[in-house]
Design a binder for this molecule. Structure first.
Ligand SMILES: Nc1ncnc2c1ncn2[C@@H]1O[C@H](COP(=O)(O)OP(=O)(O)OP(=O)(O)O)[C@@H](O)[C@H]1O
Length: 571
């Protein structure tokens, strides 16, 4: 039975278990069931308490019916809640000893029902895909299409400039001002150094000009040597002619590309062009210029240009002046984990995660939205494994934040490096920066990823959330088999951010509450509406559209075992 189908049933239960429809004087519609309070705030039509039906905006009426159905579903599921935990098989064994075979069937039935609930929720939320915040534009495949402003960043391989184009929508960023958050979560204005330049609203785009030293000037050669930069490219980023992808007139092969995600950069356009003399070029990267522009330059005449959204700052710049409060810090960490999980699912390992490679902007309520960028070192292989046959094989960027299994790999015939949890490890180290501490793998007094002992890891600040400390500890496990995957780590944070009540009642012998909680979250997110683009809503929508019951159970298991007295989680 689909959720939609279930939604249509059980209206008779609606009034008893699920009271929806009190328009509070504040204009809030609230609903309560199973002790969970659901709230949303459509535009208030009246300040008087009144039955909700006639007052609900039309677009919420379907949701109201939906919620009644969900409530009915909850009630129907209630009697099936029985002992059990772990995978269906272990639970079956446990139950055979403890409660007899009759219970096994009931437990398996509960498992099936919960898994079906997950699938239904997933299907419901997958219908709405994440869409890029910028409106689609149909031109922009030539450098001349853009007005280039000043330089906004520079790395080892490229310079980045602000840019504008008549066809790209003009954005008013007045709400996206940078604020400094003190540890109590109060906002104060950020120092002058980090204020968003007023020109940003005039230059909504950023153009990254790769430095092309030695790749050759043909588009094929450029594409071959810089193809990883195109991993986050939009399907329309490269010009298509006769159904084939073209880089400035030349046909080329394009690497696997990641689908859009709120926490992964989107490259809107990619094209090759002659290297121009841009502001600061002669002073800042003279060697990368071609002979035409600098007689001592070593650069090729043409190079690759990538067009992206212009972000106000990097995570590193933000953290230099701001200390996020604990909730925001948890959401920032969660966004990085979600971004990495999205890449992992598509067999992409970033391999150069660091706070400089994370861009940051603010949502409509001032919450930082993080976006993973710079895919120049990424690996996109089906099984995320790299043949490490010689020491000349590139293992990725930033050696300090290279996961232990990568840093300690010894090259040789048949040796493979598995990157499936390498990015998750790097995120564990960045968590220290988010929670106001130096990254323990950066000098001075740095730990070395190839040799550190887990007991040497510094503790996160004492006030930081318990679940964050748990996640960071488990992300920094040396042994990747014992390390949390980005998905399970993200699930732990989702549960701790939005399932605190559920968590306090979860016990190892009963996972039915998870299904209840998921239905509650779905209801809340539906009530909030699809249109909301705040980070919190995005995170929850993403979570619900990627539900996997086993991974969620694993996350719940970690939380339960960390709560219990005695030796802490051993996995
Ligand atoms: N879309 C963007 N919006 C705003 N600033 C950006 C954007 N992309 C990059 N930057 C800035 O430019 C800097 C360099 O960009 P990027 O890291 O992509 O270059 P790189 O040469 O590939 O870096 P690396 O040295 O890590 O290889 C970033 O650290 C950031 O400050």
């Amino acid at each position: 039975m689909s959720v939609k189908h279930a939604l249509g049933r059980g209206l008779e239960f609606g009034r008893t278990v699920f009271r929806l429809g009190i328009l509070k004087p504040a204009g809030r519609v609230t609903a309560k069931f199973r002790g969970e309070r659901l709230r949303f705030c459509p535009q208030a039509r009246s300040a008087q308490p009144a039955p909700v039906q006639p007052l609900l905006p039309v677009r919420y009426r379907y949701l109201r019916v939906s919620l009644r159905g969900l409530a009915a579903r909850l009630q129907a599921d209630g009697f099936r809640r029985l002992a059990g935990g772990g995978s269906p098989r272990t639970r079956a064994v446990f139950l055979a000893f403890g409660a007899g075979l009759g219970l096994i069937e009931q437990q398996l039935e509960e498992d099936r029902s919960t898994a079906a609930t997950c699938r239904e929720i997933q299907a419901l939320f997958q219908k709405k895909k994440f869409q890029s915040p910028l409106k689609a534009f149909s031109s922009g495949y030539k450098l001349e299409d853009y007005v280039i402003g000043k330089q906004i960043g520079k790395g080892c391989n490229a310079a980045v400039y602000e840019a504008a184009a008549p066809f790209a929508p003009f954005r008013d960023d007045s709400k996206c001002s940078l604020v400094e958050l003190n540890p109590n979560g109060e906002k104060t204005e950020a120092p002058e150094s980090l204020r968003i330049p007023s020109t940003r609203s005039r230059y909504p785009l950023a153009v990254k000009m790769m430095w092309n030293i030695g790749a050759g000037s043909s588009s094929e050669a450029i594409l071959n040597s810089m193809s990883q930069e195109l991993v986050p490219a939009d399907p329309q980023a490269l010009k298509k002619e006769n159904g084939e992808i073209v880089l400035s007139g030349h046909f080329g092969s394009v690497p696997k590309r990641a689908t859009a995600h709120p926490n992964v950069i989107r490259v809107y356009r990619a094209f090759t062009a002659e290297v121009p003399l841009l502001p600061g070029a002669e002073e800042e990267y003279p060697a990368a210029l071609p002979l035409r522009l600098n007689p001592a330059g070593m650069g090729n005449n043409r190079t690759l240009f990538l067009v992206m959204k212009n972000y106000p700052c990097t995570l590193r710049q933000y953290l230099q002046v701001c200390v996020p409060d604990h909730r925001q810090g948890s959401m920032m960490l969660l966004q990085l984990l979600e971004g990495v999980d999205h890449l992992c699912r598509q067999s992409i390992a970033h391999r150069d995660l660091k706070s400089d490679n994370v861009l940051l902007e603010f949502d409509s309520v001032g919450c930082p939205r993080l976006v993973i960028t710079d895919f120049g070192c990424c690996l996109s292989e089906e099984d995320l494994k790299l043949s490490f046959s010689s020491r000349w094989v590139n293992r990725g960027g930033n050696a300090c934040l290279m996961a232990p299994e990568v840093a300690t790999a010894v090259p040789g015939p048949g040796v493979q490096i598995d990157y499936s949890k390498a990015d998750a490890w790097a995120i564990g180290t960045i968590a220290y920066e988010i929670f106001g501490q130096p990254n323990p793998f950066y000098s001075p007094a740095a730990l070395e990823s190839r040799s550190y002992q887990e007991r040497d890891l510094p503790r996160l600040p004492s006030g930081s959330p318990e679940q964050v400390r748990l996640v960071v500890r488990l992300l920094l496990r040396r042994n990747p088999n014992k390390r949390l995957s980005s998905r399970v780590a993200a699930n732990v944070l989702h549960l701790s951010l939005w399932g605190r009540k559920t968590l306090s009642r979860l016990d190892p012998a009963g996972t039915g509450r998870l299904a209840d909680w998921l239905l509650c979250r779905s209801a809340v997110v539906l009530l909030q509406g699809w249109g909301r683009s705040c980070v919190e809503a995005e995170l929850q929508r993403g979570f619900l559209s990627n539900l996997d019951l086993e991974e969620l159970r694993t996350a719940a298991g970690y939380l339960i075992s960390s709560r219990e007295p005695g030796p802490s989680v051993s996995v």
